[in-house]
Each structure stands twice: as C-alpha cells, then as structure tokens.
Ligand binder design. Structure first.
Ligand code: SF4
Length: 373
C-alpha cells in the first residue's frame, strides 16, 4: 500500500484531477488527449499507483510522466478493526493533518463513511467532531483518496462490477460537505465516473446539517441521495443541537427538502435523528416529526446516541427509542433504529475526531465558507 503522497515529493498528484485537468496536464507535456482515458483506467479501474506499471503507456511516456506526476494515497496513521467487522482508518495528508474514515460491512452492502473537512465548520452539540474546530477543507484528491485507500485495504482492484465489499458511500464523516462543495462535487464526479470507480449516484448519500442554499444545487448538479441531520422538531431545541439552524431554521430546511431534485418515493430523503435521553425522544416529538415531514418523500434513521469523552448527553433507553420508532412507522415513514457499529474502535456515528488542531488563525482565512456562521 503506497503511503507516500506525491505532494511530499514535489510531484503533481493525479488523483482528484478532473478529466479536463488531466487533459491540461497531458497538453502541457505535449501528450495526446487519449492519454487521459488510459490514465483514468489505470488510476481508477486498476488502482495502480506505480506509473511504471501502466504498461499500455509507452516506456518513454511513463518515464516523462513519472518525472512530474505521481499517484498517491493518504498515509495511514492507524488502522483499527472492530469485533463487528467495522474498520476505521486514521489518515494523514501531506501537511500532517488527519481525518478518519470508516468501512461498515453489512449483509447486503458495504458502506464507506468518508470525511470532507479536517474538523468541522459547525459545532453540533451531540457530535464529537463538532468539538474540533475547522482546520481546513479537504481537497478533491483527499476525498477520493479515502475511497482509493479503502479499495486497497479491501483488495478491490480492478474495479469489480459485482460482489463488491464497498458498494455505498456516505458523506457522514468529519465535516459539513456543503461547506466544501466544490471539492466534494469534483470528488463525487470522479467516484461516479463509469470508466473508473463507477459508483452510482444512487449509492452515494450526502449528509448535511442543513446548508439550505446548497441543497438544491447539490441535487441538481450531483443527483446523489440526500440525508438531513435533523435531530430536533422545534427551532428552539435545534438551535442548541444543530446551531446552523439559527441561520436556516426548520421551515426553510424542510422547504428545500420538498423541492430536492430527484427525491421520490423510490429515492427518499433520509432524516437522521439522534436519540438523546430526555432531550428529544418523547412521543410528542415523534408525532411532531411526522407532522413536519408531511409532503416529503422521507425515511427516518433513529441513531441511538454514541457517547464520547465528556459528552453532555446520554443515549435514550431502548423502550423510548422503540416507542418513538413505532409512532413514526405507524404514520407510514420507515424509521429503522441504526445499530451502532464499531463502538469498540470509536467508529460509531458522531464519534469521529482527529488530533488535528488549527495552527494559525490566518492559515484558515480563505478556507471558511463565505456564509459560514
Ligand atoms: S454533525 Fe456533522 S456538521 Fe455537525 S459538527 Fe458533526 S460533523 Fe459537523
């Protein structure tokens, strides 16, 4: 497994470049346009990191290419495996910043949960990542790199069409993906490209805490599934649990969901609802949730809270979670209770965090999304 990143060797990283950017790179080298397709195949279908091994390219061209470009992977600082099969990687990038990503195998699928920021722009009070201030956005290369690394670890090269262990991707790791839209969009276009990693947009879910202006754009441009970090049914409580609610309150958020391009009964929007003891888990809140979802093709994911050090909440008890789920189910919305996975390796929802901290205020300036709180 390659653990060097070309950037550390002053080379141009080819992972994460769009086809247009790869073409510009080829043109700059005086190479023909068809090289783009060849390289795309070697990088994203065969998973090759050694340019010398790309045997459909001439030896001369390979030598010239290797002088200026590289195909890398994030370095793995820690690789953990849970008793339940969940795997977590702590990844380090060329500048030493770190994020986590998690693979969750299930009967009928294998989901990779990837990160989009180091730390997070937002401070949701139930989320471990929310206690880690934003350090920076991930680049498209670093987002795609998580998928490539997981494929390496699962031994899934060449890109299989069937029997994959990595069948789904969720952007539910560290960070708010819609506050890093351009890099996330480029990365997902690469992941969805059918000549390489070839994951269908129907197998990709982007989870947002509710950046209303970007929701519609995401649906129109990427067409991936949408998940909303909802967690409360009143603005008063959601302002505390998901502070971005003060900027985009429930009414605005739910309107954006009602008009989300591509949402239908066959492609429902997932509303994530963390179950916090005595905070948001009453039967009355379950009934209010049903009322709020009227007219939205929705399903609800109930997430028993996963504790983390000094967390200010407790998990709801099983009876309260069941009663809540029954009320929502009875109203016609499927509301499965998510089984915590990888708890023994702190890989469960809301537990991810890295030791990366913000170095200098100035280094962050440009990274902050223009309308971030
Ligand atoms: S729930 Fe998501 S948006 Fe909120 S702090 Fe955690 S990572 Fe950030």
């Amino acid at each position: 497994m390659a653990s060097v990143t070309p950037a550390t060797e002053g080379l141009r990283e080819l992972v994460g470049l769009s086809r247009e950017e790869l073409l510009a790179e080829m043109t700059a080298m005086g190479a023909e346009a068809f090289r783009v397709r060849q390289l795309w195949h070697w990088i994203y279908n065969r998973g090759v990191t050694d340019i010398g091994a790309m045997t459909t390219l001439s030896k001369t061209f390979r030598a010239a290419l290797a002088e200026r470009c590289g195909v890398g992977r994030p370095a793995v600082t820690r690789a953990l495996a849970s008793v339940d099969g969940t795997r977590k990687w702590l990844l380090r990038f060329a500048d030493g910043q770190e994020v986590e990503c998690v693979h969750i195998p299930e009967e009928d699928r294998g989901t990779l949960c990837i990160s989009s920021q180091v730390g997070c722009t937002l401070t949701c009070s139930f989320c471990h990542t929310g206690t880690q201030r934003l350090v920076r956005n991930l680049t498209a290369a670093e987002i795609v790199g998580q998928v490539m690394l997981a494929r390496d670890a699962l031994g899934e090269w060449p890109s299989p069409q069937d029997d994959r262990q990595l069948t789904n991707i969720v952007l539910m790791g560290m960070g708010e993906p819609l506050y890093n839209y351009d890099n996330v969009a480029q990365a997902l276009r690469i992941v969805m490209d059918h000549e390489g990693l070839s994951l269908s947009r129907r197998k990709i879910t982007l989870s947002t805490s509710g950046i209303v202006p970007m929701i519609r754009r995401c649906g129109a441009e990427l067409g991936v599934n949408l998940a909303i970090s909802l967690h409360a049914v009143t603005d008063e409580l959601r302002d505390v649990l998901v502070p971005i609610n003060r900027k985009y309150p429930l009414a605005e958020l739910l309107d954006a969901c009602r008009t989300y391009p591509g949402a239908s009964n066959a492609r429902r929007i997932t509303f994530e609802y963390v179950m916090l003891k005595g905070v948001n888990d009453s039967p009355a809140e379950a009934r209010e949730l049903v009322r709020l979802l009227a007219g939205i093709p929705a399903k609800v994911n109930l997430i028993p809270f996963n504790p983390w050090p000094s967390a200010p909440y407790e998990r709801s008890n099983a009876a309260a979670i069941k009663e809540f789920s029954d009320i929502v189910n009875a109203a016609g919305y499927s509301s499965p209770v998510r089984t915590p996975r990888g708890e023994d390796i702190m890989a469960a929802c809301g537990q991810l965090k890295s030791a990366s901290v913000r170095h200098r205020r100035s280094a962050l300036g440009a990274e902050q999304a223009p309308d971030a709180p």
